[in-house]
Design a protein around this ligand. Sequence first.
Ligand code: EUG
Length: 546
Amino acid sequence: MKLPAGVSTKDFNAAMAAFRRIVGEQWVFTREEDVALYRDAYSPLWDEADELVASAAVAPETVEQVQAVVRAANQHKIPLFAISTGKNLGYGGSAPNLSGSVIVDLKRMNKVIEVDDKRNFCIVEPGVSYFDLYRYIQERKLKVMMDIPDPGWGSPLGNALDHGVGYTWGEFRDHFGAHCGMEVVLPDGEVMRTGMAAVPGAKTWGENKYGYGPYVDGLFAQSNFGIVTKMGFWMMPEPEHFLSCQVSVPRYRDIVPLVDIVNYLEDQGLIGNPRYSSPLDLMTLMMEPERVQADQALLDMFARPGGASAEEFENYARSRGLEYWRVLLNFYGPKETVYANWTYAKKKLAGIDGVKFEEVESYALPLDEATRKKVHHQVAVGIPNMSIFSIGARSRVVPDPQDGHIWLGSIISRSGEELIKAHQVFGKAVQDLGITPAIVGPFTAPAYWVHRTFIFMVPFFVSRSDKARNAKVREQYVKLVELAAQHGWTEYRTGPAFQDVVAKTYSFNDNALLKFRTRLKDAIDPNGIIAPGRGGIWPKRFRGKT
Ligand code: EUG
């Protein structure tokens, strides 16, 4: 077992005894086979001396138990690392930033406290998954729709706290932005509520975000200033109709006017997440194996040393009767207005030479059981599922699958010109670094989950057996982070192994932002108990020692 740096076996055992008194014997896990379940299944450090691993786990059932655990951890100086459902694959799984930390597993705190389908909010505990909340809503036939990310096993609270995103309107698919009021156990064990939740007797926890005074909620995301035990979220009323339509354009540079017009539609509130893709894009080929297939000529272009040019991809597409870019526009609302908006969208887009329009899906909501099964892109209609895990799975484009992946997600401007720049910069880097498959090129479609910017997503595939590959992947990942930062880009999120590197790219004025966060950390968590290192924020006790 790996103890946290500077913690003696005696102190550790005393803490375990205290935890057992608080939560009961059966909810403290110290056996190797139990603790192994908290390893990051996609760790880029798998089985290496530096793999980030926990020493033990404790699973409280109530806020009072969380408070008592935090107080005991202070007494014995034990670092804690809280997880909700603990998935977060590609971003560290359930593993801590600091090896030897004790996982505070909140899965037993799985109450849906409230869902209101007239005022359209919910309040949930950390252990509630998207599947759980969906079931709760369906069983009660509530008229609200969740905004969900791709993997349905995650937690709305946990996803929001890692700045996760979904598919509907901008204000809902920014999951942290959609949250409204929280309850947090602070590093000294005190419990605090924010926004209107701080007002005893207020009925507006899930409705008014700010209450009065400085807004502190942001401190609890991608960070280590407390353990969040409840969160409110604004929800979308279940729309009467869902209409999903595809726009296709034939040429590489058509992305420039396409993005401008789609931005205009989005910023007026006419569409949800525009889902850009391409039949030439490796990610698209992995995500939609049932819809697009790669023939050998395309696979050869991906594999060609030096990469193929945009012109060659364009010629290939033309010869196969394929478009270069596609974007799926999703309309939510009354049937009359969604069709009117689609008509308007077609009018705005008609000027792109060769543009094609296709209605893909159109459903009255709520869906009946038979229709629910037919839905092509379920997450866009708020139906949680796990189909995204086709990424990296064995297929024609991935004949030699690895064991997991980590995500690089650089924030770039929401413009076609900037995307083309990113193709050039990342495409060259991927070729220079010998990254295979060369997942990035002039075929890379922009991703627009994060409201108002693109994210340039790059998966890096890691192995459970090939340590040399993982070492190379880690080096390549860091190089791309630094390269991105040189262009004013950089990551919206990353796993613990890279949080120091990413935090340091937000470096204006000698890292003033990180310094400020570190000063706060020392003030409110003097013993350095809560998730040391998360977000690049290290408490004094561990600073410079990891
Ligand atoms: C995906 C989306 C993400 C993310 C990692 C993966 C899905 C890829 C924007 O959020 O962080 C298709």
